[in-house]
Design a protein around this ligand. Structure first.
Ligand SMILES: Nc1ncnc2c1ncn2[C@@H]1O[C@H](COP(=O)(O)OP(=O)(O)O)[C@@H](O)[C@H]1O
Ligand SMILES: [Mg+2]
Length: 318
């Protein structure tokens, strides 16, 4: 299979140390009368892990969608390594930003390896005719792509399941597979939308290690998460979104000590909770994964003995 050295070098998409990788300025996203994101500035530098937190419905996923070309922001600009990003998902991926989704998006009936190969399409030079004619160039490229995909599966700990159908993986492994697929586009910046949602504490700790390993490969990370212990362990900087606006930004100690952040998390739940539908979907996915794997995830079990973190974790459980 693969050797250890392959997981230690710099990733192909690694960015130059000390540079601003992502520069979002004044990003606003309106849906009709609703302003989901309002004038948000955020930078991510090379070598950094930055956290984005906030109550359900705060606009975190919408902000990610603005960064990745899924939405065209109503106002504002997003630059990746100094270049203005085109508002098209595949162009953003080609530029070097990859992401995972809050609601897992895998090809359920494809194998684990095939899912990663799909993630490589922006990096394979062989075009349509080459694929149709299946000449030597195509076979060489395909072999290289498979080798890289296996390397990435090894990196996330799924190499032994390369031939399994994605839908048969337990929930936590599906999340890992999404990360491998995102890495397959050889990004310089990885955006993770709630990567530990539905995971048990052991899986969450393992994901923490995985994110550190990704950062160590030279890939900057921007992560949305509700698990505060995960965020504060992992992130160099944390930004807090509340009702579409950036309330506070700083290192873990600054954010944890900010009264406004505590108030935002402990305040009354928003009327007409927009996160409820997604939470229900995640629960359904967990139940589904549990049926297949025989290891049901248990979102009701307190994941964290720390009472403060427990209070904050309520957000996901609503
Ligand atoms: N495509 C959309 N059309 C209309 N409203 C949307 C759309 N996407 C998100 N919203 C609204 O934007 C707000 C922010 O949602 P979201 O970004 O999903 O929050 P978060 O990820 O922080 O929980 C919510 O009020 C949500 O209902
Ligand atoms: Mg979200």
């Amino acid at each position: 299979m693969t050797t250890d050295t392959t997981t230690q070098g710099n990733a192909p998409g690694a960015t130059t140390p000390g540079r601003t990788v992502l520069d979002a300025r004044g990003v606003t996203m309106r849906f009709g009368g609703l302003t989901a994101v309002r004038g948000v500035d955020l930078t991510v530098n090379s070598g950094e892990i930055v956290g984005l937190i906030g109550p359900n419905g705060a606009g975190k996923t919408t902000f990610f969608n603005c960064l990745t070309g899924l939405y065209t922001p109503t106002e504002g600009e997003v630059r990746y390594q100094g270049q203005l990003l085109p508002p098209k998902s595949f162009k953003v991926t080609a530029a070097g930003i990859a992401r995972t989704f809050q609601n897992i998006r895998l090809f359920a009936n494809m194998t684990v390896l095939e899912n990663v190969l799909v993630g490589r399409h922006t990096r394979t030079k062989e075009g349509f005719w080459s694929a149709v004619l299946r000449g030597p160039g195509f076979h060489r490229a395909e072999k290289a792509s498979r080798a890289r995909a296996m390397e990435l599966l090894d990196f996330v700990g799924l190499a032994a399941k390369a031939d399994h159908l994605a839908r048969n993986l337990p929930y936590g492994e599906q999340r890992k597979l999404e990360i491998a697929r995102a890495l397959a586009s050889e990004p310089g910046l990885l955006l993770l939308d709630e990567p530990t949602a539905g995971m048990n504490p052991q899986e969450t700790r393992a994901t923490e290690e995985l994110v550190f390993a990704i950062r160590d490969q030279g890939i900057a990370v921007l992560v949305i998460e509700h698990d505060m212990r995960f965020i504060f362990n992992l992130c160099d900087r944390v930004a807090v979104l509340v009702q579409g606006e950036k309330l506070v930004e700083g290192d873990s100690a600054t954010v944890q000590g900010d009264d406004r952040v505590v108030a935002a998390y402990l305040g009354e739940p928003l009327d007409n909770d927009p996160g409820a539908a997604e939470a229900a979907e995640v629960e359904a996915a967990e139940a589904h994964a549990g049926t297949h794997a025989g290891t049901p995830a248990d979102p009701g079990t307190p994941a964290d003995p720390d009472p403060a973190a427990g209070q904050q974790n309520k957000e996901t459980d609503r």
